[in-house]
Every structure is written in C-alpha cells, then in structure tokens.
Design a protein around this ligand. Structure first.
Ligand code: SF4
Length: 481
C-alpha cells in the first residue's frame, strides 16, 4: 500500500512508516506521488505537547491524539517527541487495522534497553513493566517476558573492567538454508578453506599478543559463523589449537556446532581437548519434511545421533535452536517438536521466530507460512515448555521482518546462561572479533557510547587484509572512550 506522510517533522517520516509496517509489513511503502493512504500529523506546543494524527484511507478516516511532556536536554526532547508521534501513529493504526501487535509501537530499539532505562530512572521492575504497557502498548504477556529476562540478567555477573570477550567466525557451511542471512560460503568448493584458516590463525596469534600486551583478561569465547564444525577436522583442530592460549583463560567457551550433519566424534574430541564446554546443536524443527522444504540437508535422526554422541563424550551443556513459523508447520507440529526436544533435554533453548529478509522467498512460501496468530501461539508454548523444564529467559531480541512481529528468546537452566550472548545482545561487553565479518567493540556502559572495529566480510578480502584487521583492533583498543 502506498502512503504519503504529511508531517511538520520530515525527519520522523521513516519512523512513522516503521510503525505503519508493524501492521502492514513491507507492503507499506512511502510513495508521495500516488498515495492510496495519507497520514497527516500536526501538533501544538505548550507546557504539554499535543500530537494529532489522521489516517485517511478512502472512504474511511481515523484520528488519534496523544499529549506528552518535554525533555530536559535536546537529546531527551527529541526522544520524547519522536516517541509521542510514533505512539499517536500506532493508536490510529490500531483503529484502522484492528490487530494488537505484541510489542506495541516499539521499533528499532531493544525492548530490554528501554526497560533498563526505566530502571535507571528509579522505577521498580514492576513499575517498568507497567510503563512498557502504558507508554508503548506492549502486551502484558510480552512486558512480563521482558521483566523476567531482565531479572535473570541482573542475577548474572556483568563483564568487569579489563575483561574481554572473544568471537571467532567461520563463515562456511555445508549447504545454504533458504532463510539463511549469515555470511556463509559453500564448504563443498573448498578452495578458500586453507587460506582462510591460515589467515585466521595468523589473526589469532596477533590478537593473543594484543591481549597479553594490554593485560586483558579473556572472559567468554564464542565461535560462530556459518557453521564452525563444517570445517574438515584437521583445519578445525588447527584453529582450536591456535586459540588454546586464549581459551585457557576464558571461563565460558562455546562453539556453535549448528548443523547436526557436521558433527562427528573427531570434531567433538577436538572441542573437548580445547576445553570447549558449551556447544549448540540446532535442529530448528523435529520434522524431516520441513527440513527438506527449508533446504537444511540433514534429518531429525542426525540430530538425535549428534546429541547422543555429544552426551556420550561428556558434553553436559548443549544449546538447541528452534524456529517458530517455519513454512508448512502447524501448531501441532510445533508442539510435537517441543515434545521431542524433551528426549534430548538441552540445557538451554533458543526459540526463534522465522525472519525472512528476501521478498522472493516470502512469495515462494506465502501459501504455506503459518499466520501471525499461530506463530504467537508457538512462541507462547515455547515459553511454557522452557518454564516447565526450569529454564528462565535470559536474552531477547527482535529483528525486522519477523513473523507476527514477535521475538527471539534464549532460555536456559540456572547457571547455563551464556554470558557472551547477553553481552552481545545487550551491547554491554567489550569484544575482540576474529575472522571475516567479525565486529570488535568497546562499550562505555556509563555513557552508552560504543566504538566498533569491523573486519571485512568478504572472505578473499579478509585473507588479503588480515594485518589491516589487526591494526583496526589495535586502534580500537587505543581509542579514548
Ligand atoms: S546452518 Fe546456519 S549458517 Fe548454515 S546455511 Fe543454515 S542458517 Fe546458514
């Protein structure tokens, strides 16, 4: 649907469209020349600001208005102003499109961040939860999920001064899932594997020197990708071997084993020898027909075998990723998947909502995607299942284009939460990232200022410019924050 936005604040036009897209998805586009709908915003200033919004969708028209106070600083003023306009637009859309988005008018901000900001203003967790419902129209269900998540996070230790988290990226996979948005080459071609791991090992050595020279204390390590275990065993071992001096000092060590069809005894042994204590084996679904449809070339039986082998070899901290809203899946199928996961008994479980970034894929699957209400039920049952197994939500994030405007939630048994994941999602931890596409970061948690030093994403460029990637990290560590 084509929209024209008439507003005295053109800088807010994109934010206004983002709110409209909560209801209409990517079908809502800003197109002032030939609009099918017009959103008009005007306002009156005073001790209180009055924002009025009219949505005209011939032959119908809806109006809404909101009042709000001013901020003490220019930044605060802008934030409150934008929030008020977005909320008024949300109110008018609520009347026009007749649905209740679970996360209300929230777009482009981590819900947990808003919750922490409310707590910093002196609100109790309960008051912050209520404010999320009142100010942003977040549903009670999601506000309580948010409060629970924050409660878990606050029970865990944050990164201390001088500590550093480490990320190591392996941007390869054995085949490409239809919905994959990660950087992942095709391992099958193989030609880049040796040059890539050689470059990565070089970067690891240089970064180990950086860590030592600055007396940084490695805290949490995470190897992701792609699928790290898609590397052939000898190369996988070489990388882990190179990481050992860093790994020995980390209290938390995770490898995203990801695809069950890349896990075998040799790679599990290599991880054991390197001291990896947490791995992720991701079935996504307990249904072979869905796996075929989404192009994940493994079976449910392979997942079961990978779990059996990992347990046999002593891995007692296994994470499992599931996706709600996969094409062709019904609520019953998702419930069967949850039931099946019980037999595998992972220590943590991430319930993702399908997120499709490519419009072509959306059209291809359109006829068989579960609707938003069904996906909402799936994630609701996912939460209940996690609760019934004694898990608590410990991180939560949202992306654009998620089915039903929902969320991804990491649940874990007590003391099985990944501190790396929390630091990453909440942007509260300094990270040195190795490998193509990794983003190193320094965070000032007092001011919220974040400095980033990205590695290039292109694998060939990374191989050619590894020295430059190290220099970027040196500059990051030296920069004032
Ligand atoms: S297993 Fe993961 S990294 Fe590999 S293609 Fe699928 S989504 Fe992408």
């Amino acid at each position: 649907m084509h929209f024209r936005v008439d507003t005295p604040c053109p800088a807010f036009s994109n934010d206004i469209m983002d709110v409209i897209r909560i209801f209409l998805g990517s079908d809502a586009v800003l197109s002032p020349e030939d609009p099918e709908a017009v959103l008009t915003h005007n306002e009156q200033d005073g001790p209180e600001r009055l924002v009025r919004v009219r949505l005209s969708l011939p032959p119908q028209e809806w109006t809404a208005q909101r009042t709000g106070g001013h901020g003490a600083t220019p930044l605060e003023e802008k934030r409150l102003h934008k929030r008020l306009v977005k909320q008024a637009v949300f109110d008018v859309c609520l009347q026009a499109f007749g649905m209740t988005p679970p996360w209300g008018s929230l777009t482009g901000i981590r819900p947990t961040r808003l919750m922490y900001m409310a707590l910093d203003r002196g609100l109790s967790l309960k008051e912050a939860e209520e404010e999320m419902q009142r100010e942003f129209s977040v549903t009670g269900e999601k506000a309580s999920l948010l409060a629970e998540t924050v409660l878990t996070q606050r029970s865990l230790s944050a990164q201390q001064a001088g500590e550093i988290d480490l990320y190591c990226g392996i941007p390869f996979c054995v085949s490409r899932c239809a919905y994959c948005s990660f950087l992942s080459g095709e391992v099958g071609k193989g030609a880049q594997l040796r040059p890539y791991t050689d470059a990565l090992r070089y970067e690891i050595r240089r970064v180990t020197d950086l860590v030592d020279a600055r007396h940084l204390r490695p805290r949490a390590f995470y190897m992701g990708g792609g699928t790290p275990t898609s590397l052939p065993e000898p190369l996988f071992r070489e990388v882990l071997e190179e990481l050992k001096p860093l790994l020995e000092r980390c209290s938390e060590k995770t490898v995203e084993a990801g695809r069950p069809d890349t896990i075998d005894r040799g790679k599990l042994e290599a991880m054991k020898e390197a001291g990896i204590q947490r791995i992720s084996i991701n079935p996504q679904t307990g249904h072979d027909e869905t796996l075929r449809l989404i192009g994940r070339r493994h079976t449910v039986a392979q997942t079961e075998e990978a779990y059996r082998l990992a347990r046999e070899m002593g891995f007692d901290d296994i994470n499992m990723d599931l996706i709600a809203g996969l094409p062709g899946e019904t609520l019953d199928m998702f419930l069967e998947t949850l039931q099946w996961t019980r037999s595998l008994a992972p220590e943590s479980m991430t319930v993702h909502t399908l997120c499709i970034k490519h419009a072509s894929l959306l059209h291809l699957w359109e006829a068989c995607l579960p609707d938003g209400a069904m996906v909402a039920d799936m994630v609701r049952f996912g939460r209940r299942e996690a609760q019934s197994r004694g898990m608590r939500p410990y991180y939560l994030y949202r992306q654009k284009y998620m089915a039903g405007n929902l969320e991804n939630v990491g649940y874990a048994l007590p003391r099985r939460e990944s501190l790396y994941n929390i630091g990453m999602m909440e942007e509260t931890a300094d990270v040195l990232a190795l490998g193509a596409g990794g983003i190193s970061k320094r965070v000032n948690t007092a001011t919220g200022k974040i400095l980033r030093a990205p590695n290039v994403s292109d694998i060939d460029h990374y191989i050619q410019r590894t020295d430059e990637m190290v220099r970027r990290k040196e500059a990051l560590l030296e920069a004032g924050l």
